[in-house]
Design a binder for this molecule. Structure first.
Ligand code: SAH
Length: 315
């Protein structure tokens, strides 16, 4: 496989998790769990998933969207958004459609992943239309409000330089978003990224969605499944629960950290919408969904040097 030359196989396996995530999101969108008219242009097929998976993805996407919206509202969109391990995420297009774009949105992923995304954007007018003055190369895009950046999170020195070169202004409120990516990165390297963001952006929020609880039976199976595909959950080993997620933020320069498992998040989502999605697919066993939700968490932290009160306190 020519594209894999020079890349350790684990990196390829980790990149493939983006297809899994997008495929699950695409199926849930097609079933009506939430609206996303753009995902079909980034992932073509819609493979059947279980109701638990669709509800889990609903909770993940919905809670992140709520918190991103909160940040955009509180900063009146005079802010920036950085998505680490963005994969095929459509958030930028969803925000554009609702006229809710921040001043700048930077999406970061491995070059092979950004190359695919760049190609999709370039060749699909529906996606391209959202970008103003785009300059598109094989692996990267620069435009007025959107940058697609090929970078490795494990090399914080080069990542930091690339982020600043991309035009991020350290004085603007900035939301850093990591959705199901830090668990794949070695603990010490995650610390570097979290510390770098806190040191450089003094009015900011860091939001992270990650798998947790690897040590019980369900967690063991989850880990084994990924391991058999070449994906080690390196970050999860050093940060295996909500408490350590909070500690990691505090140890690396952040304040006001919080973390909750997705069962707790699910219980806090708007009840009318939850009632609506719970009618879409019949769930045999609530127990299985609860187990799944207890093995993922959402966590966040903030720094508020400008005292904007723009910062989150959870969903
Ligand atoms: N955030 C997206 C994709 C999650 S899949 C979503 O939730 O839908 C994890 C993504 O993180 C993949 O696209 C993978 O390529 C990226 N990733 C993992 N490790 C990375 C690293 N060291 N540097 C850059 N991107 C990384």
């Amino acid at each position: 496989m020519a594209a894999s030359v020079g890349l350790p196989s684990d990196d390829l396996a980790v990149q493939a998790t983006n297809d899994d995530a997008t495929s699950c999101k695409r199926y849930a969108v097609d079933r009506g769990y939430w609206k996303d008219e753009f995902i079909r242009y980034l992932y073509r097929s819609s493979e059947k998933k279980s109701p638990e998976i669709s509800r889990g993805y609903y909770a993940r996407v919905k809670s992140i969207h709520i918190l991103v919206d909160q940040f955009l509202d509180r900063t009146q969109q005079k802010c920036q958004l950085v998505t680490f391990g963005a994969g095929s995420d459509t958030l930028h297009w969803l925000l554009w459609k609702r006229k809710k774009l921040p001043a700048l949105h930077v999406e970061v992923d491995f070059p092979t992943v950004t190359a695919r995304k760049s190609h999709c954007i370039k060749t699909r007018p529906v996606l391209l239309e959202a970008l103003s003055n785009p300059v598109i190369t094989m692996e990267a895009i620069r435009s007025d409000h959107y940058v697609l950046l090929p970078a490795d999170l494990r090399d914080v020195k080069s990542l930091g330089k690339q982020l600043i070169d991309a035009g991020l202004d350290p004085n603007l409120p900035t939301l850093f978003l990591a959705e199901c990516v830090l668990a794949y990165v070695e603990g010490a390297k995650v610390n570097d990224v979290i510390r770098w963001t806190a040191e450089h952006f003094k009015t900011s929020v860091f939001l992270n969605y990650d798998p947790i609880n690897p040590f019980d039976k369900f967690g063991e199976i989850m880990k084994q499944n990924l391991k058999s595909r070449g994906c080690a959950l390196l970050g999860m080993e050093t940060c295996p629960d909500s408490e350590s997620q909070v500690k990691r933020y505090h140890d690396n320069g952040w304040e006001g950290a919080w973390s909750m498992d997705m069962a707790e998040v699910y219980a806090r989502l708007p009840r009318d919408d939850v009632a609506r999605i719970e009618r879409i697919d019949f769930l045999d066993e609530r127990e299985l969904l609860d187990q799944l939700l207890r093995h993922y968490c959402l966590s966040g932290a903030h720094l508020d040097s400008q005292q904007l009160g723009a910062m989150d306190d959870g969903p």
